[in-house]
Write a protein that binds this ligand. Sequence first.
Ligand SMILES: *Cc1c(COP(=O)(O)O)cnc(C)c1O
Length: 413
Amino acid sequence: MAISKIPETPVPQANLDDVSLETLAVRAGQIRSPELEHSEAIFPTSSFVFNSAKEAAARFGGEEPGNIYARFTNPTVAMFEKRIAALEGGDRAVAAASGMAAILSTFMALLEQGDHIVCSKGVFGTTRVLLQKYLCKFGIEVSFVSLTDYDQWQSSVQPNTRLLFLETPSNPLCEVVDVPRIAEISRQAPHAKGALLVVDNCFCTPVLQRPLDLGADIVVHSATKYLDGQGRCLGGVVVGSTEVMEEVHGFMRSAGPAMSPFNAWVFLKGLETLNIRMKAHSESALAVAQWLETQEAVEKVYYSFLPSHPHYELAKRQQKLGSGVLSFEIKGGQEAAWRFIDGVEFISITANLGDTKSTITHPATTTHGRLSAEDKLDSGIVDNLIRLSVGLEGVEDIIADLKRGLASAKSAS
Ligand SMILES: *Cc1c(COP(=O)(O)O)cnc(C)c1O
């Protein structure tokens, strides 16, 4: 008995050569099944069947493409991978169960014992933990550098440097690094296999910045943030050349942190609105940043699309718009900062960001609480710093809520 199966290209698929990013976000990667569903289908299956023993052998032997087992590939996950690869302008993407799984898989696939990483200090805290606490157990060395100290990047490259890793804009101070300049340092690195520049593009997404166009080799994402943007699922993805992604996929299929088909479907739907969401986040964040700058009780605002930010010109050159995340210092130290946070009504007190719902955090005692006093000082994480991820509520309502925060901060001082 022949088992009916879903062929690779069962129905004519749309031609998406030379279309805009907006169109790719909605259309790229979709493969329709013979049912001709309009929206992408979810394939909640752990394994796939073969028409014959011979076909099974050919699939396992790699002579014939196709699905075998969902830890290796799944059609819904593959649609998400194709869509994000198209948006980032990479050959191929590999999805993972979370942003950290994507980052870990990149490290595990590409590094060998004795290799070295140069990493910017201000990266996501758990990325730092992964490097400092776990990868070092396997003989991987790491040097942390200040994101925008180009001499330090240059002088930290060693003969065994295989990866350079950064996030731009940084969290929470919105510092921006010149990606082409770091890419040049990476290209000159002497490692026998060459060094690769990895950019965590979580804050900008491909709508605002495409690191591969700027010279990076690999992009990683926590899809949990803006790609979903609605706080529903954990996920991650790595994008790069066919050759490098083959390595990353090899690790992923052996180690198992695969993305679930349901989550992939949620992310596909998230990508369809990514353009309009990012533009709205950005527009509101700029309005909030401008308003904060006029407030007497606010000492400093960090948002790279404000002319007062030291990296304003570079940010304008490298990013289409600013992201939705900003931070500011309030007069009155930690107590005032906490009173501010306790004074807002609907803005969520949570460490998450990149959501339709605005969120507020006190970095010094939460996301960056584990840093030593020296590292905090070094990274500008002062006690009166507040981070805001501007959501999609009405901007006048967000500002009204921040006014409640300001009133509360002032009340007991
Ligand atoms: C959240 C985050 C991660 C980790 O992603 P998870 O999906 O939570 O594992 C990595 N990098 C950045 C910049 C993040 O904000």
